[in-house]
Write a protein that binds this ligand. Sequence first.
Ligand SMILES: C[S@@+](CC[C@H](N)C(=O)[O-])C[C@H]1O[C@@H](n2cnc3c(N)ncnc32)[C@H](O)[C@@H]1O
Length: 306
Amino acid sequence: MPQSKAPYFPDIPPELARRFRKTVDDTKYTRNIELFIEDMAPAKGARILEVGSGEGILVVMLCKMGFDAVGLEPGDAYVRNAARLLEHNELDPDRVLLGCAERMPFPDAFFDFVISYYTLEHVQDLEQTFREIERVLKPGGRTFHICPNYNSFFEGHFRVFMLPFMSKRAFRNYIRVLKWLKFGRDRMPSVEFADSLCFVRPQRVRAIGKLQPGLRLSESNGGVISVRHGRMVFGNRKLSEKLKRSRSRDALYKGVEIVNRLRLGGLLYTIMMRRKWYPNIKIVGTKESAESSRPIRMGASTINRH
Ligand SMILES: C[S@@+](CC[C@H](N)C(=O)[O-])C[C@H]1O[C@@H](n2cnc3c(N)ncnc32)[C@H](O)[C@@H]1O
């Protein structure tokens, strides 16, 4: 496998190289880490948990950057590959543990950061996942997630158009019809896979935030593509370059060009942001520290900070 240009990208063991070549895009991983670091500015040595860590690529990258990173992953094969990848990069193979987000095998108040990328749409119970995140975070600890927004017009696993308000049941039936019409042929995942998806939406994140006042949660546009100042722009320069390279094939990019030519970008951006129709959602949160939730004494009266 050709050496990656990304400075912290893992060295891939030869027995995994074939599999990794198909699935790994180092630009994507570097971009994901940059998003987290720009937002949260973690200190060197910070203890970071990646939930749904797959083959441990981000865990290796974070360790190489000087963080104390571990992964949690429910797939046996993924955990085995992660162990080989870690070992090959001279890191402890037990840094990726077998387990799921809804029941994390960690003590309370253990991590400075809990992060995930494209995992929340796969968990079985989103509400329980956030309860666990709050539990394992240290007071003042922070959480950062990027995943698809199901309040949008595109489902990336099936590569199909969808409607922002579609229920999961409606989406499942829609996939059934598409399969019956032989749309997408064998490349489309199964109807059961549609059942397994967790529809993460801004409204749902807000509701979780209300249920967990101890974890101050907020959500926003998770990037990839957005429209600003009358022009469609991409959330990240590196990704934008990549999309430009595949201009001729990329229907999305063509759509962007049409919108730009018609000068509809600004209007579309305003509508997308108001309706929260962005394709990816970014969720960030901070666990209340004992300090910030402690009542402040003021003379005879006592007030709460929050
Ligand atoms: C799309 S992959 C993303 C992997 C990795 N974060 C990356 O960016 O390469 C989603 C991952 O979530 C994991 N996953 C599925 N259900 C999960 C759960 N309940 N708890 C934690 N991880 C889960 C899957 O096994 C898979 O590795």
